[in-house]
Design a protein around this ligand. Structure first.
Ligand SMILES: *Cc1c(COP(=O)(O)O)cnc(C)c1O
Length: 712
């Protein structure tokens, strides 16, 4: 640990300083409470950021904690738990695969969503990567993460009075977050070089501790670099194609060189999505430089690499014009011992030679390849059959490992308490055994319902808080707090819809028949309300128009304040939403949702899914644990949308609303709670990162390690 990071904390509770610099605290409630208990309102005002808390809180408050017996008891227990969890040699990985305990596995991703204080993610891809690293820590899987440090990250979202998305960027204050500069043994900032066209740029790194997992975040904002390149790592997805190519060059080439400089020698390399595929090429270069033939270098890289694809579209967002590749790689392929044509072939297919596709590159240079749900695996095999034209489609070598979510991050503390009490103290360790969850049925309906209601109140109060702030600080027009949810009703059946706003997710499909929808929402005895949230990519005009459309309904008195659009969807609001609404709605165009994970987060909190049968829900739905829309997409978009909308209205009218409002004399909806329990019981043992990480380990990492040791 960098001594600069020692915060000024009384000796008796000095461990708080270490803990603040390891996000382990964020998914372990006992550790989290140590910061919260210092001063709840101060804690909230820092955005739940312990580094800021410890720096800014008056010192005498820390002294008071250090003298309070009850605080010290919690402190000693939580710190012991922390130290034990970091130092134990008896993890799942080391006991299952003792012969590989000394290996390390590099995991590259352009996004990591780990905490709201660090703006390193735009959406689902980042959440998955963050959840995966936390799980790797819990299981002792020897992952080392490589990503980017974006001081401005992804944008914050405001919605103007006429419903248009406004983007603004905040500059991160590095002193106030849990990052440490990576230095060489002599104490100087460690840098590596990457040549971009004719300029050599310096790349430095920050270290972020996620439990046992170290995450190295690359940074080009250094004085040594020309101004044009300093901003390279400023924002996530902020620039044009060229900027994006440069970012991918830096993470791919710079990432490999940084691990080298740190003396880390991963046995296995995992690229999370095509953004990081240049990492594979760079490793070929290294091997060739070390004397290997191109052929054997490629063979070795393939045998030690895992590539996970997340998109159901051939181009996705990640292909580059060949002239850009020429510009930046013209003197690079020489070092691989290959010609321009051979290099271009790595990123192109027979039928599309016009752009260099990062997914194709990943598929061609990694022997272990997967999509992120069963359905998505099939889509990928079909889509990429052209790379393996000689085998039947079913035999295309892309398998699938279905995504999951990190349950200690996404299960609300109230539900974690229930699990601890009714499933057992060790529920986290046993989360992927279906039998564990059978005891859910011992939870009294009243108790589960009370927890759920509490979380719903918490959500609505958080939404009102945001609306109030915008009203009082930014003096927005009076209609805006209403559109943001000021009229939400704590008793109404509440549907949540929160995700990226983009065409295929069809956020506005519910408004296909506005008369029928109004009737559903405005039933005085059985009211229904819908909460929307989500950002559109800054360059996605269609996505922004979708937001505008939804916002126009939210501000329309005809809907009686029963539609709300919550601004600036982020990790924090996501936690509140997936645990505080009653129903989680998802309406993707079928075959377009690779997996989706927000519905998995909802299900562990007893929030019931109503979703198009796609992505993970295609595997999760069992007729008792929620509702499914199973309409075929025949290519006629308007007709498909109408059928989808009608199916949803029908489900709401005939099933969802009656079940929700069927109460006993104390107000408990037993039928509903039964379905909540079924949702948790059937989904949670499978759609978690524990099951997922064990699958990656067994099917990929260990197989690759064994293959290498047999072929040495
Ligand atoms: C989980 C999550 C997502 C991904 O949700 P999907 O349903 O997979 O689209 C996006 N953004 C945030 C903030 C999340 O927490």
């Amino acid at each position: 640990m960098n001594p600069d990071n020692k915060l000024n904390v009384p000796d008796r509770i000095a461990g708080l300083s270490d803990l603040a610099y390891n996000l382990w605290w964020s998914w372990n409630p006992n550790a989290r409470n140590l910061f919260k208990e210092v001063d709840r309102s101060f804690w909230k005002s820092t955005g739940h950021n312990p580094v800021r808390l410890l720096k800014e809180i008056p010192y005498h408050q820390l002294v008071a904690c250090a003298e309070e017996t009850a605080y010290l008891e919690s402190y000693d227990a939580a710190i012991a738990g922390y130290r034990d969890s970091l130092s134990t040699t008896k993890t799942w990985f080391s006991t299952t695969y003792p012969q590989h305990a000394d290996k390390s596995i590099a995991y590259f991703s352009l996004e990591f969503a780990v905490h709201n204080s660090l703006p390193l993610y735009a959406g689902g891809l980042g959440v998955l990567a963050g959840d995966y690293c936390k799980e790797a820590s819990d299981l002792g899987i020897p992952i080392v993460g490589v990503g980017f440090m974006y001081p401005q990250g992804y944008f914050h979202q405001h919605i103007s009075q006429n419903g248009w998305q406004e983007e603004f960027y905040e500059q991160l204050n590095f002193d106030n977050v849990a990052l440490t500069r990576v230095c060489s043994p002599d104490g100087k900032m460690l840098t590596v070089q990457v040549r971009l066209d004719s300029t050599a740029i310096q790349v430095a790194a920050w270290l972020l501790n996620l439990g046992r997992v170290r995450l190295y975040l690359l940074d080009t904002n250094l004085e040594e670099n020309p101004p044009a390149y300093r901003g390279l790592s400023a924002r996530l997805y902020g620039g044009d194609r060229e900027m994006r190519l440069l970012q991918e060059l830096v993470i791919g080439l710079g990432g490999v060189r940084m691990l080298n400089a740190l003396g880390i020698r991963p046995a296995i390399w995992h690229a999370n999505e095509g953004h990081c595929s240049f990492m594979l090429v760079e490793r070929v270069r290294e091997l060739v430089k070390g004397g290997a033939s191109t052929e054997s270098a490629v063979k070795e890289v393939k045998a030690t690499s895992v590539f996970t694809t997340h998109t159901p579209l051939p181009a996705g967002n990640d292909a580059f014009p060949l002239d850009l590749i020429d510009q930046y790689f013209h003197d690079y392929w020489v070092h691989l011992g290959i010609t321009r044509e051979e290099f271009m072939k790595l990123g192109t297919t027979q039928d599309d030679g016009s752009s260099f596709n990062m997914t194709v590159l990943g598929l061609k240079l990694a022997d272990y390849r997967n999509g992120v749900s069963k359905q998505h695996g099939r889509v990928c095999r079909k889509m990429w059959h052209k790379i393996w034209p000689d085998v039947p489609e079913e035999a295309v070598p892309i398998t699938s490992i279905t995504n999951g979510v990190h349950l200690p991050t996404w299960a609300a503390p109230q539900f974690q308490m229930l699990f601890q009490r009714f499933l057992g103290e060790d529920w986290k360790v046993r989360q992927d055994s279906p039998g564990l969850w059978d005891n859910l049925h011992n939870i009294p309906d009243e108790l589960m319902w009370a927890m759920h209601r509490w979380l719903k109140l918490k959500l609505i109060s958080a939404i009102l808080d945001r609306a109030r702030q915008r009203w009082s600080q930014d003096k927005v027009a009076a209609v805006q707090p209403l559109a943001m949810g000021a009229l939400l009703d704590t008793e109404a059946l509440t549907i949540g819809f929160a995700r990226r706003f983009t065409g295929y997710k069809r956020a506005s499909v519910l408004f296909k028949d506005t008369d029928r929808l109004k009737k559903i929402l405005s039933n005085d005895l059985k009211p229904v309300q819908i909460i929307f949230a989500g950002k559109a990519h800054p360059n996605d005009e269609d996505g922004k128009r979708l937001i505008q459309q939804v916002y126009s309904y939210a501000r329309d008195p005809e809907y009686g304040g029963r539609i709300a659009f919550v601004e600036d969807y982020d990790l924090h609001m996501a936690r509140d939403l997936v645990s505080g609404v009653d129903v989680w709605l998802n309406t993707p165009r079928v075959l377009m949702e690779a997996s989706g994970t927000s519905g998995q987060k909802a299900s562990v909190n007893g929030v019931i899914n109503l979703s198009v049968l796609d992505g993970w829900w295609f595997e999760g739905y069992n007729k008792l644990n929620g509702w499914a829309v199973d309409e075929k997409d025949t290519g006629d978009a308007a007709d498909y949308d109408n059928r989808t909308a009608n199916a949803i209205y029908g489900l709401l009218e005939d099933h969802v609303i009656p079940l929700y409002y069927d109460r006993d004399i104390n107000g408990t909806p037993h039928g509903w709670v039964k379905m909540m329990k079924e949702s948790i019981h059937s989904n949670s043992p499978f759609f978690n990162t524990s099951r997922m990480a064990k699958q990656y380990t067994g099917q990929f990492y260990i197989k690759a390690l064994e293959y290498i040791s047999q072929n040495k």
